[in-house]
Design a binder for this molecule. Structure first.
Ligand SMILES: [Zn+2]
Length: 447
C-alpha cells in the first residue's frame, strides 16, 4: 500500500520530534575568561605613558567601576634613569615593576608587556621594523581578544612636532590595526581555533573568540596639543576622589611618583602637567555619537559584529608627488583605517635643531603605462640648502622614485617656524607640490 505524501510527512515529523526529545543537552561551551574583560584597553609604548590618561581613568575606576588594562609595546629599556645607574635590560625590569606599582595605585591590576625594544627616534617605521611588525601585531590582537575592550585608548598615529616618539606612534599604529583585525577570523586564525580537548595537553588552538572593539581614541605628545581642542572629548582632572579626599590630578601625580626612573620633574612641573585636562582626539566609533561625545556614549554591554575598514586603495592613474617616509605611510594608513580626519588636524610638520640637518623624504609615483621625466624645484628659506640638490628624475611606468634629501637649516632661524616647498613638473605640466612646515628648535629626538 502506498501512503499519501501528507501522511508520510506527518509520520516523519512525529519521528523527528521523538528523536529530538531524546537528544541530550550539550554541556555549555565555556565563555571567555571573564576575569580579563575590560571596558578600556590602553595600548602605549612605554611604562609611564599611561600617566597621560591616569586622572581620567582613575575616576572611571573609582566612580563607575570600569575595568581597565594596559598593553605596553616595550619595557622602556632605552630610557634614561633618574633613580639609579641601571640601564638596558636592568632598567626594563625596573620599569616593568614601576608600571605595575603605579597602575595598582589607582586600581589597574592587569598589564602586559609585549616583546618590543624601546627605540628612541621619531620615525614610526623604524619602531615597527625593530619590533617585527607582524609579531607585535599578533601579540596585540591576542590581547584585544583576551581583554575584549569596549574602547581602546592609544597614542595618535601621526608625525608631530613635540616628543614625536616613534614608539608612541608605533603603539598607535598597532592599536588601530588591532581594532580592525581582532574580529576578523582570518587574522591570526590559530588564536581563535577551538582546542580539540581543553583538558589535555599540547592543544594547538588558543581558544579565543574574535572581538570587535567599539571606539578608539588617541592622545598626543605634540607640543601644540592645545591645537587639537574640540577634536575629541576632554576631561577635567580637578574632581575630588571620594575615597582619597583629593583631586584626581593628585592621584595621577602620585601614580607618576612610582616611576622614579623617569621622574626628573620638579613638583611644580608635575603639578602643572597633571592639572591639565585629559584631552582625547576622536579616532572612530562603531556605535554612533560624534567626535566630542563622552567616551562611553552609545556603548552597551552587547557585543557588536565585525566592521570592515576600507583597506588599502591604490591611487588613480597619473603622476603623484608627495612627502615620503612616515608621512606617506600615514596618509595611506589613515585612509585604510577610516581615520582620514587625522590628516586634517594640521599640515605636515617637522622639527630641526638650529643649524642642524633635517631629513626630508620625497617620492614621485608614476601610475601610468609610460615612463615619465619629472623635474623638481625647491623653494627654501634664506640660508637653507639641500643635498643632493633636486634635479630631473626618470620614473619608470608603474614605479616610484624615492628621493632622500638632507636639508641644512639656518641657525639664524632659531625658535621660528619656516616653510619648505618643492614643486614637480613633467612635460611642461605641474605634477604637484609638497609643503613642509618646520619648527627650528632644539631637543627633538633623532629623526
Ligand atoms: Zn613614552
Amino acid at each position: 500500500m502506498r501512503l499519501p505524501v501528507c501522511v508520510m510527512a506527518v509520520i516523519i515529523l512525529i519521528a523527528g520530534c521523538i528523536a529530538a526529545s531524546q537528544a541530550q543537552q550539550a554541556t555549555a561551551y565555556p565563555p571567555p575568561d571573564e576575569r580579563y574583560k575590560v571596558d578600556i584597553l590602553e595600548i602605549v609604548g612605554h611604562p609611564d605613558d599611561d600617566i597621560e590618561v591616569a586622572a581620567y581613568v582613575a575616576k572611571l575606576i573609582e566612580q563607575q567601576h570600569k575595568k581597565v588594562a594596559v598593553v605596553y609595546t616595550t619595557r622602556g629599556n632605552s630610557g634614561g634613569n633618574a633613580a639609579g645607574p641601571e640601564q638596558a635590560n636592568a632598567l626594563a625590569d625596573i620599569r616593568e615593576m614601576e608600571a605595575r606599582h603605579s597602575l595598582a595605585s589607582y586600581g589597574i591590576t592587569n598589564a602586559w608587556f609585549i616583546h618590543g625594544s624601546d627605540s628612541p627616534g621619531a620615525d614610526v617605521l623604524r619602531s615597527l621594523e625593530l619590533w617585527g611588525h607582524g609579531q607585535a601585531l599578533e601579540e596585540v590582537v591576542r590581547l584585544v581578544r583576551i581583554t575584549r575592550p569596549e574602547v581602546i585608548l592609544t597614542w595618535m598615529p601621526n608625525y608631530v612636532v613635540g616628543e614625536n616618539h616613534e614608539d608612541h606612534q608605533g603603539a598607535g599604529v598597532l592599536a588601530t590595526e588591532a581594532f580592525d583585525l581582532a574580529a576578523n577570523p582570518l587574522a591570526f586564525p590559530e588564536q581563535i581555533e577551538a582546542p580539540r580537548d581543553r583538558f589535555t595537553i599540547s592543544n594547538y588552538g588558543e581558544g579565543l573568540r574574535p572581538w570587535q572593539p567599539k571606539k578608539i581614541y588617541y592622545f598626543s605628545d605634540a607640543i601644540h596639543f592645545d591645537f587639537f581642542k574640540g577634536n575629541g572629548p576632554e576631561y577635567a582632572t580637578g574632581d575630588l576622589s571620594p575615597q582619597r579626599k583629593q583631586p584626581y590630578s593628585r592621584v595621577a601625580a602620585e601614580a607618576w611618583g612610582q616611576y622614579k626612573t623617569q621622574n626628573d620633574f620638579t613638583d611644580a612641573q608635575l603639578k602643572e602637567f597633571t592639572e591639565m585636562p585629559v584631552r582625547f582626539i576622536f579616532g572612530k566609533s562603531l556605535v554612533g555619537g560624534n567626535a566630542t561625545s563622552d567616551i562611553f556614549e552609545g556603548i552597551s554591554s552587547t557585543p557588536i559584529g565585525y566592521s570592515r575598514a576600507r583597506g588599502y586603495e591604490p591611487p588613480a592613474a597619473g603622476l603623484t608627488f608627495e612627502l615620503g617616509g612616515p608621512w606617506r605611510f600615514y596618509r595611506q594608513f589613515w585612509q585604510a583605517h577610516n581615520i582620514e580626519h587625522l590628516g586634517k588636524l594640521f599640515s605636515p610638520e617637522a622639527q630641526v635643531a638650529p643649524g642642524e640637518t633635517l631629513w626630508v623624504p620625497l617620492i614621485i609615483r608614476n601610475d601610468t603605462d609610460s615612463p615619465k621625466q619629472v623635474t623638481l624645484h625647491a623653494v627654501l628659506p634664506t640660508g637653507w640648502s639641500e643635498k643632493p640638490e633636486t634635479a630631473n628624475y626618470n620614473v619608470s611606468a608603474h614605479d616610484s622614485y624615492p628621493i632622500q634629501l638632507k636639508v641644512s637649516s639656518s641657525a639664524a632661524h632659531k625658535d621660528s617656524w619656516q616653510t619648505l616647498t618643492w614643486t614637480a613638473e613633467s612635460g611642461g605640466q605641474n605634477a604637484g607640490s609638497v609643503t613642509l612646515r618646520v619648527d627650528v628648535v632644539s631637543n627633538g629626538l633623532p629623526q
